[in-house]
Design a protein around this ligand. Structure first.
Ligand SMILES: [Zn+2]
Length: 243
């Protein structure tokens, strides 16, 4: 973990520092080696939150796009089990960063606990994912809209999609560029999504504004539109007025 409690303050790990777990209050050990990012660990390696994933630089990089006060927020589920959200905004939106493989049913369970939430998934962990996903995009259907290029992709073409398509909330694949690929809508065996600037996504989360969506409208005009529902409705009315 990045933070431990010391005299009611959240402090970061540094050599010789002492602190307690914000979740279970156990005494933690400051791990300050050269291989992994400096962090706090439970004695005996067992984390009190069994959902906790060992942190990578990728996790830290994402967490640090948000205020420190929003990071690592502990909560309990209905059975009293403890879970620590990577990021939780004051309005209650949770953002979880997932590097390692997560079984789809496990992802759904966690989603249910954290809702409302957004998943940000490391698309660079497995070497083949990026290439496979790029191929899926180029084999898919492109819907150019005013704001973005919406991609319609066959789910079975991408292992990442197959793993994440059923969580029912926004999922962002991070392939290590300035943008993420947002999985936004599912229709049968197809998913609809688009590339979106990380900066914008962070802004949406931080300011509590809507992440752009893909909406389906009655055809004649293109069958998908991009933007917030309100803007889409406006554009659609305008377009209809011209017909
Ligand atoms: Zn603990």
């Amino acid at each position: 973990m990045r933070f431990a409690l010391h005299n009611d303050l959240r402090i970061e790990a540094e050599p010789g520092a002492q602190g307690r777990c914000p979740g279970c209050n156990a005494e933690l050990v400051a791990k300050c080696g050269t291989k992994r990012v400096w962090h706090w660990a439970h004695k005996g390696e067992r984390h009190c939150d069994h959902w906790w994933e060992n942190e990578t630089q990728w996790h830290r990089g994402w967490k640090n796009r948000f205020p420190a006060d929003w990071q690592e927020i502990a909560g309990r589920d209905k059975d009293g089990e403890l879970h620590i959200a990577d990021v939780k905004t004051p309005s209650g939106l949770v953002v979880e960063f997932q590097h390692s493989y997560l079984k789809p049913q496990e992802a759904r369970k966690r989603t249910e606990f954290h809702q409302p939430m957004i998943w940000i998934v490391d698309g660079m962990r497995r070497k083949t994912d990026k290439r496979q996903f790029d191929n899926a995009v180029s084999d898919g259907i492109r819907h150019p809209t005013k704001d973005a290029l919406v991609n319609q992709i066959w789910v079975s073409d991408s292992r990442l999609l197959k793993e994440w398509v059923q969580v029912g909330v926004i999922v962002a694949f991070d392939f290590g560029t300035e943008t993420v690929w947002l999985l936004r809508r599912i229709k049968g065996e197809w998913v609809y999504g688009f590339e979106y600037l990380k900066r914008k996504l962070v802004e949406n989360i931080t300011e509590g504004t809507l992440v752009p969506d893909v909406q389906f409208i009655t055809p004649k005009v293109p069958d998908v539109l991009f933007g917030t529902p309100k803007r889409q409705a406006m554009r659609y009315r305008r377009r209809r007025a011209r017909l």
